[in-house]
Design a protein around this ligand. Structure first.
Ligand code: SF4
Length: 327
């Protein structure tokens, strides 16, 4: 049986565990094609207007798999970490897809809820296997191998690589780039790593000779420590990672400038961006820019803003001490 996996949303965080698990159970996994204008247009036409851009793109990827696979894997992520939640749009994803796209093959819905504890991870994978008619030792072995692939992936991320370098191995990674001028890009992995929708921002910056850091490079322990300093407990996992990494880069002087890549229509982005901008303006004063993406974003305007930001960062590094402290 061929199982289709949409190359969107949590694909960029959990693909190794999903693929290994399904492969080891003997199924063939097929990933939707990388995002193109056609996939984006399909997603926009199928999805409700007021959804955020990544959810629209997800719909486009589901449509791309129709006719190529026997079933489509749709994750329903409720919580990815004990005591936390993620954006409600992930919870309603299977229903949104079912109610907006016609001619769908059967959906393989993967319910994932770790709110009450990490032990529920194994249970979620067992339930998934049961939907596919499997249980017992084969499932336990597949789960073990899948977890070890995911651990390996996360270790590679923490070593400084971007998900793109790992998920698309043709993108080689030169470790010496770590010593160059560094730009931290804050954003959801599914925006940063979708090369079409992010206008290939990571690659563009790397091609200009800069090092890039993304939130998935920051160790979990640092994220936890930084979040303890904010007055209210952050219970949204993706928001916590973005805020915790921004604070880490600022207070440890790890980057020379920060770009916040935000999705139009995302509630989490709107307040995390505001918090990081305020922290930076109050204390650190690093070059900082916000690039907001929606389905109408154009390449030319994006490139002009990127060039302007890089120039500002270079001037700041070269002659920043000449600027008046009062602006
Ligand atoms: S966190 Fe933001 S970008 Fe992600 S699915 Fe939710 S609303 Fe969309």
């Amino acid at each position: 049986m061929k199982i289709g996996i949409p190359r969107a949303l949590s694909y960029f965080d959990y693909f190794p565990i999903w693929k290994t698990f399904l492969d080891k159970l003997g199924f063939k996994t097929i990933i939707s094609s990388p995002t193109t204008k056609d996939i984006l247009d399909k997603g926009v036409s199928l999805c409700v207007d007021d959804a955020c851009l990544p959810v629209k793109i997800f719909h486009g990827h589901v449509a791309d798999l129709i006719g190529k696979v026997d079933t489509i894997f749709i994750p329903r992520l409720i919580s990815v970490s004990p005591g936390e939640y993620i954006c409600p749009k992930f919870i309603g994803l299977p229903e949104m897809v079912k109610n907006t796209i016609s001619d769908l093959p059967p959906l393989l819905v993967f319910n994932y809820d770790l709110h009450k504890g990490i032990k529920y991870r194994g249970k979620a994978f067992n339930t998934l296997a049961r939907q596919l008619g499997l249980s017992g030792g084969v499932v336990d072995r597949a789960y073990k191998e899948a977890c070890s692939m995911q651990d390996k992936y996360e270790r590679m991320l923490k070593s400084g690589q971007s998900p793109l370098n790992i998920l698309e191995p043709k993108e080689s990674w030169d470790e010496s780039i770590k010593n160059k001028v560094t730009i931290g890009i804050i954003g959801h992995s599914y925006l940063l790593c979708d090369r079409y929708i992010s206008m290939d921002l990571i690659k563009k910056i790397q091609n200009k000779g800069y090092n890039v850091k993304v939130p998935s490079n920051v160790p979990d322990k640092k994220i936890e420590e930084n979040i303890m300093d904010i007055p209210k407990r952050m219970f949204l996992s993706y928001g916590k990672r973005m805020l915790g990494s921004g604070i880490e880069w600022l207070k440890c002087d790890e980057v020379d400038g920060i770009i916040f890549l935000s999705s139009f229509g995302c509630g989490i982005d709107s307040f995390i961006e505001e918090l990081i901008r305020r922290y930076n303006a109050r204390e650190y004063k690093l070059p900082y820019a916000v690039f907001s993406l929606d389905e109408h974003s154009g390449q030319a305007g994006f490139e002009t803003r990127l060039e302007a930001f890089l120039d500002m960062m270079e001037w700041r590094n070269r002659i920043g001490h000449n600027f008046s402290a009062h602006g």
